[in-house]
Design a protein around this ligand. Structure first.
Ligand code: A3P
Ligand code: MG
Ligand code: MG
Length: 364
C-alpha cells in the first residue's frame, strides 16, 4: 500500500518564494498540453470505499424542464468532508504502474495529483480571493501534490449554514435529474443523493515536457462508456443570468469549469441554470474546447495559455526548490514534506516542514 507519510528529519525550515504571475498581457509562451489519455477508472461505494469497478458510473439523460433542485434534500446522505488526501489516487496509480497501462510501468512521471489541485494551480493567475495550501513530496523524481486543509477549514465545510448547504445541494440534485444508472432509462429523478458515491478517471497527460498523472471525478457519460474520455460529461449548475454583470461573472466562472474538464479530457459541460430557490430554468451544453474562444475579448475574459505557462513555471519552481534542499541533482531518497501556500495577488511560499510542522500535519 502506497502512502504519503509525514515523517521527516529536521533540517531548519527553508523558505522559498515565487511571485504572483502577471496577467495583464497575453502569455508570450505557448506551452503544449497533451490530450489526456485515460488509464483507469474506479468507483467509491455508498460507504465511500474504493473499488476498481465502474459501479458508480452514470449515464446522461436530459433533465425535465423546471425540475426541482430541492427534491430529496432531506434524504441527502452527505459525505463528511475529509482532508482530500492523495491515498486512493496512489492506489490507482500503483495499479496503473503494476499493470503497465499504456506503457506506464517504467516511464518517468513528473507529477501526481488530484484534478482539484491541478485546477487550483492553473487558475491561480486569475484567483483574486481564495488562497490554498498544498503538501508536496518529491520521491524518486516524482512530485506528489496533495491539498492541505486546516481543521478550521474542514469544520467550516462540515458546519456550513443551512442556506449554503441548500445551495450546494442544488448542484447534486441537478446531477440526479441528469443521470441514471442504465443507458436505457427514461428521464427523471436518478435516485437520492449520496455524495459518498463517485466515479473517477485517472489520466496521463503532459504539460510541456512534464508527464503528469491526474485523477478526478467524472459526473456521467453520454451514450456508452468506451474506455475513452470522449463520451464523458461534466455537470454544473449556475444562477440564472439576468444582466451584463451576471454574464461577466459567469464568464469568469467558466475558467474553473474549463480547467476542471480540460485536465481529464472531458469534452462536454452541461450547465443547468437555476433560480436562487433551486428551480431549473434552462440547460445549455458547452464544448470544453470552445470555451476560451467564447470568452475572448469579453469583460470576464481569461486566457488558458497564461494558466499553462504559469503552471509550467510553478511546477519547475517546486521541483527545483525541493531538489536544492535535498542536495541531490535529481533523485531524493528522503521523504520530505513541503507546505506550499498560495496567497492571491501576492505569490506562493514554500516551507520545508520541520518536526513541529510535521506534528501539526499529523494532528491536522
Ligand atoms: P455545481 O456543479 O453546481 O457547482 P462538481 O461540479 O465538481 O461535479 O461538483 C458537484 C457539486 O458539488 C457542485 O455543484 C457543488 O454544489 C458541490 N461542490 C463541489 N466542489 C465544491 C466546493 N469546493 N465547495 C462547495 N461545494 C462544492
Ligand atoms: Mg462531480
Ligand atoms: Mg459537476
Amino acid at each position: 500500500r502506497t502512502e504519503l507519510r509525514f515523517s521527516s528529519p529536521h533540517p531548519p525550515p527553508l523558505a522559498n518564494r515565487l511571485s504572483y504571475p502577471p496577467i495583464s498581457q497575453p502569455s508570450a509562451r505557448q506551452v503544449p498540453f497533451q490530450q489526456p489519455l485515460p488509464l483507469l477508472t474506479f468507483s467509491y461505494t455508498p460507504a465511500h470505499e474504493l473499488e476498481f469497478t465502474d459501479a458508480a458510473m452514470r449515464y446522461y439523460v436530459d433533465p425535465p424542464r423546471g425540475a426541482d433542485l430541492e427534491n430529496g434534500y432531506n434524504r441527502w446522505v452527505q459525505r463528511v468532508e475529509d482532508k482530500g488526501r492523495i491515498d486512493s489516487l496512489l492506489r490507482a496509480y500503483s495499479k496503473v504502474r503494476k499493470q503497465n497501462e499504456a506503457g506506464m510501468a517504467n516511464v518517468d512521471v513528473g507529477v501526481v495529483g488530484w484534478r482539484g489541485v491541478m485546477t487550483k494551480i492553473l487558475t491561480a493567475p486569475y484567483e483574486e480571493r481564495d488562497g490554498w495550501e498544498l503538501n508536496v513530496m518529491l520521491v524518486d523524481g516524482t512530485l506528489y501534490l496533495e491539498e492541505h486543509s486546516s481543521n478550521a477549514q474542514l469544520e467550516r465545510m462540515n458546519q456550513m449554514s443551512r442556506h449554503q448547504r441548500r445551495q450546494m445541494y442544488h448542484g447534486y440534485a441537478f446531477e440526479s435529474w441528469c443521470t441514471s444508472s442504465s443507458p436505457s432509462s427514461r428521464p427523471g429523478w436518478g435516485g437520492d443523493v449520496n455524495t459518498n458515491v463517485q466515479w473517477c478517471s485517472v489520466v496521463k497527460t503532459k504539460l510541456g515536457d512534464t508527464r503528469i498523472v491526474i485523477g478526478g471525478e467524472v459526473d456521467c457519460v453520454r451514450g456508452n462508456h468506451n474506455g475513452r474520455n470522449d463520451t464523458m460529461v461534466e455537470l454544473k449548475t449556475s444562477m440564472n443570468i439576468r444582466g451584463a454583470r451576471d454574464e461577466a461573472r459567469f464568464e469568469k466562472k467558466l475558467l474553473k469549469f474549463y480547467f476542471q474538464s480540460f485536465l481529464l479530457g472531458v469534452p462536454e459541460i452541461v450547465v443547468g441554470f437555476r433560480t436562487p430557490k433551486g428551480q431549473l430554468t434552462t440547460v445549455q451544453s458547452f464544448q470544453t474546447m470552445q470555451l476560451p474562444r467564447m470568452v475572448r475579448g469579453k469583460p470576464g475574459a481569461w486566457d488558458p495559455q497564461v494558466s499553462l505557462a504559469w503552471g509550467q513555471d510553478f511546477l519547475s519552481w517546486l521541483r527545483r526548490s525541493a531538489q536544492d534542499q535535498a542536495g541531490t541533482s535529481d533523485r531524493d531518497a528522503r521523504a520530505q514534506v513541503w507546505r506550499v501556500k498560495f496567497t492571491p495577488q501576492s505569490g506562493v511560499d514554500m516551507v520545508l516542514l520541520d518536526e513541529a510542522g510535521v506534528k501539526e500535519v499529523e494532528a491536522g
